[in-house]
Structure formats: structure tokens, C-alpha cells
Design a protein around this ligand. Structure first.
Ligand SMILES: CC(C)(COP(=O)(O)OP(=O)(O)OC[C@H]1O[C@@H](n2cnc3c(N)ncnc32)[C@H](O)[C@@H]1OP(=O)(O)O)[C@@H](O)C(=O)NCCC(=O)NCCS
Length: 168
């Protein structure tokens, strides 16, 4: 797979990606960092700024487009400088795969790539969160070495999230 930051020229393929989610009845785009609520050019600028300089609250982070054979498969968010209280709420890594490409092993490969990046950045462990009812995400994490350490509803009241640690 090819992983890279979004560019202005990607607007059409990102719009197709969003549209596919909507057509499948999904209202939000995982790991997109405000994509659908921002003007596209401003979103690209923000993502590239976050990678180069970071953000006051989140530190430096990467939001990568994940391609297989030129097809945009998913989005991968790697927040490798989060303060601990945010790691234990939103998690250090987030991902989403377009509906037509799910259950083909892509999220498992994307998370593996994120772990390689975090290792290169010098991290020795990462924290991942997912809702307890998100079986596919939990399996993705466990397949990459995740160990369940706690469950709570701090992220969204009334809905249980699970938090996993992966030692790098
Ligand atoms: C969660 C998500 C990223 C998984 O992506 P994916 O590419 O389908 O995952 P993979 O193909 O790598 O599969 C990982 C594991 O989940 C299982 N799985 C995939 N879809 C599943 C489903 N709908 N129900 C149960 N298990 C599922 C796979 O079988 C695999 O486990 P196995 O190897 O033990 O069989 C994808 O479903 C998605 O984008 N969902 C919406 C966004 C989201 O929930 N993001 C994560 C937020 S924490």
C-alpha cells in the first residue's frame, strides 16, 4: 500500500470516498479530522500543518491517505504526540476503510503501518480506543498485538469504549 498526506489534487477521489460512505448510510467519516465540516483546501492545509508544525492541543500528527493500486482505500490518523489524557480518550491511532473494501485485511495492514511509524518516532507503546460494539475494530487491534486494559464511557456517555495497549 501507499501512504501519504492529502494534497489539493486529491479532492475528487476524496469526494468519491465520502459519497460512498453516505450511500451506505454512514453519516461520519472515521479518522478524517473534520473533513466533511471544512472547506477542502483549508482541510488539506490544516492536515499538512499538523504534520509539519503540530497543533497546540494534539502535537504533531499524521493523517494519511491509504492507497492500493491508486484506489483510495482508507484514512489513517497517527497522533504520535498526544498528551496521556487524550491518548486515553481518543486514542493514539484512528482509521477507517471505505465500505466496499472492508473485510479484506486493509485495516489490519494500515494499523501495522501506523505502529511502524510510531516505533520510528520513538514511542514504546500506543493506546487505541474503540467502542465495545465495534467488533471489526477490536479484532483489528487484537490482531496487531493489542491488550485490553480498560473499559469506560468517558469518550461518549452511555456507550462503552474499550482501550487497548500495544507494546512496540
Ligand atoms: C473497523 C474497520 C476499520 C475494519 O476495517 P477492515 O479493513 O474491514 O478490517 P480487516 O479486513 O483488516 O479485518 C480485521 C478483522 O475484523 C474482522 N471483521 C471485519 N469486518 C467485520 C465485521 N463487520 N464484523 C465482524 N468482524 C469483522 C475481520 O474478519 C478480521 O478478523 P479475522 O482476521 O479474525 O477474521 C472498518 O470496518 C471501518 O472502516 N469501520 C467504520 C469506521 C471505524 O469503525 N473505524 C474504527 C474506529 S475505532
Amino acid at each position: 500500500m501507499i501512504y501519504r498526506l492529502p494534497q489539493i489534487k486529491d479532492e475528487k477521489l476524496i469526494n468519491d470516498y465520502i459519497q460512498e460512505h453516505y450511500e451506505q448510510g454512514e453519516k461520519s467519516i472515521s479518522a478524517s479530522y473534520g473533513l466533511t465540516s471544512s472547506e477542502y483546501k483549508q482541510w488539506v492545509a490544516k492536515i499538512n500543518r499538523n504534520a509539519a508544525e503540530g497543533d497546540e492541543r494534539f502535537g504533531k500528527s499524521l493523517l494519511l491517505l491509504c492507497f492500493d493500486n491508486k484506489r483510495l482505500i482508507g484514512l489513517l490518523s497517527i497522533r504520535y504526540e498526544l498528551p496521556p489524557e487524550l491518548s486515553w480518550t481518543i486514542g493514539d491511532i484512528g482509521y477507517g476503510v471505505r465500505p466496499s473494501e472492508r473485510n479484506k485485511g486493509y485495516a489490519t495492514a494500515m494499523l501495522k503501518h501506523a505502529l511502524d511509524v510510531c516505533r520510528e518516532k520513538g514511542l514504546t507503546k500506543v493506546i487505541l480506543g474503540c467502542f465495545r460494539d465495534n467488533i471489526a475494530s477490536a479484532k483489528t487491534i487484537i490482531k496487531n498485538g493489542g491488550v485490553l486494559v480498560c473499559e469506560n464511557d468517558n469518550y461518549q456517555k452511555g456507550r462503552i469504549s474499550q482501550y487497548y495497549v500495544i507494546t512496540l
